[in-house]
Write a protein that binds this ligand. Structure first.
Ligand SMILES: [Zn+2]
Length: 501
């Protein structure tokens, strides 16, 4: 497993009343082709929510297979525009913006000039801007986090296509003949989309898109396929619906917006032998990119990818919490996702222990000198950030302890429901709110404070025997196993986690 070493966060222009949600690094993807649970890496990201105002009228067209053209009629006269130039670990995105022009109310050229990457200024007030964005040949490191066009399809992410100054917009698309468009948003009768959060908007455009839909507990779910996959859209919908149902039960919270799951061929190879995949959850959209010709064991793979990604629709995307709490929304998501994959029968108890053993080896191979909160804040500057790995192991320990202390009447899963049922104030501090929920369970007081707020190191060899597990670190790889002589309580605890001996 490796981590992005040079990821940086772009300094955002903070606007009054805007919510700032952190960019998220998602370090949990799996290759399922030969060895189960081999790690590769992928990235998900979550970005700011903008304040509503008069919408800008935008037209997006695709004049050539390489670029999109954008025309925006601005809601008020403007002299400067700023495009996102960095997104999570991806830098220089705004360099793709070209041929930028600004036009005044009198129809004059407002003499816009580029002052830096993605930064444009004009001499006169402008009421209209036009520009192109070169979207062909996306870099392997950039997908699925930026817009691209390739092979009769394109992923259009407004976070990098629309100036960040534009907070709400009404958009129409002029697509090549035979292309259609899918999104978590719904077009009006004239075909325009009202976009209230451009930074979270994702559109998949292309030829021969196939869509199928389902409604679960009032939550509308679309699955959109582009390209020739070894499964039909109805089969993908079945997998995705099962995962969605799991997380509706886990959180007790109904997603308010339509969820769109988009599955498309990656425009660039991913992983060794092009056998990997990458996924991104943004707003209400989950995008999965992979090579359809090498997507074997598709049911298992889809379950594994979506067990992780779809939890992000809730955590953090449905939590209006402030601050960097990556240890929870990635680390705890990693643990909850493998528990979900196990409950859905994709992996068994032994494979779960093997995975956790490997994760512990990664943890032990780097120094652990920061609290999880400090590590969450500093993950972009620390190439050996332990935040996800340690977060995942802390979630495992939490689950073991709460099950033991409650005689398996309570689990970590119950804390998710508690988190979503509490009336946590919008913009509350994420770390404080989540630590309060975790530590509020009987006999769990001080646990999150110790492992999250303080920099308590993990020593699984010492801690696990109390739960009927042993960690053998004598070999090249740590082996996490069930102890030989289990007490009745330990047996009950491990059986509640899927142990079947
Ligand atoms: Zn993630």
């Amino acid at each position: 497993m490796k981590f992005h070493a040079k990821a940086q966060r772009r300094k955002e222009n903070r606007k009054p009343f805007s919510l700032r949600l952190p960019l998220r690094l998602c370090a949990f993807a799996r290759n399922y082709f030969s060895t189960i649970w081999a790690f590769i890496i992928f990235l998900c990201a979550c970005i700011p929510t903008a304040q509503a105002n008069t919408p800008t009228r935008v037209t997006i067209s695709i004049p050539t297979p390489n670029e999109i053209r954008v025309e925006a009629e601005l809601s008020s006269p403007t002299r400067s525009w700023s495009f996102r130039n960095a997104y999570a670990g991806v830098l220089g995105i705004a360099e793709r913006v070209e041929d930028f022009h600004a036009i005044s109310a009198a129809g004059q050229d407002a003499q816009a000039k580029k002052s830096a990457a993605g930064e444009f200024r004009s001499e006169l007030d402008a009421i209209k801007i036009t520009y192109t964005v070169k979207l062909s040949e996306p870099r392997a490191t950039d997908v699925p986090y930026v817009s691209w066009l390739a092979d009769d399809r394109g992923l259009l992410m407004f976070a990098d296509l629309i100036p960040q100054d534009i907070e709400t917009l009404s958009v129409e698309f002029k697509l090549p003949t035979g292309w259609t468009l899918e999104s978590s948003l719904i077009a009006d009768a004239t075909g325009r989309y009202a976009v209230s959060e451009p930074q979270k908007s994702v559109f998949l455009a292309g030829r021969s898109l196939r869509k199928t839909s389902n409604t679960l507990d009032g939550v509308v779910l679309d699955v959109v396929l582009s390209g020739a996959w070894p499964f039909k859209e109805a089969e993908a919908l079945k997998v995705v619906s099962t995962v969605l149902q799991k997380y509706l039960e886990l959180t007790g919270f109904k997603l308010t917006d339509k969820t769109a799951i988009m599955i498309a061929p990656s425009p660039t190879p991913i992983g060794d032998g092009n056998l990997g995949w990458k996924a991104e959850t943004r707003g209400s959209t989950v995008v999965l990119l992979a090579n359809p010709k090498k997507f074997d064991f598709w049911r298992n793979r889809l379950t594994i990818v979506f067990s992780h990604e779809m939890l992000h629709l809730w955590v953090p995307n449905s939590l209006k919490l402030e601050g960097d709490y990556d240890w929870f929304f990635e680390g705890f998501t990693m643990y909850t996702a493998i528990r979900t994959a196990q409950e859905l029968g994709v992996i068994d108890f032994k494979e779960m222990l093997n995975t956790l053993g490997r994760v512990y080896d990664v943890y032990m191979s780097h120094p652990d000198e920061q609290s999880l909160i400090a590590a969450s804040e500093a993950r972009w500057t620390n190439p050996h950030s332990q935040v996800f790995i340690k977060g995942m192991l802390v979630a495992f320990l939490y689950d073991l302890k709460i099950r033991k202390e409650s005689g398996v009447k309570l689990t970590l899963a119950d804390r998710y429901r508690e988190l979503f049922s509490r009336r946590v104030a919008a913009n509350a501090n994420g770390n404080e709110a989540i630590i309060a929920v975790l530590d509020s369970a009987p006999a769990m007081s001080g646990f999150a404070k110790s492992y999250v707020e303080n920099s308590t190191k993990l020593e699984l060899e010492q801690v696990l025997p109390a739960y009927g597990l042993t960690l053998d670190s004598s070999g090249k790889k740590s082996q996490l196993r069930v102890s030989r002589d289990l007490t009745a309580e330990q047996q009950q605890l491990l059986r509640s986690l899927g142990y079947r001996n």
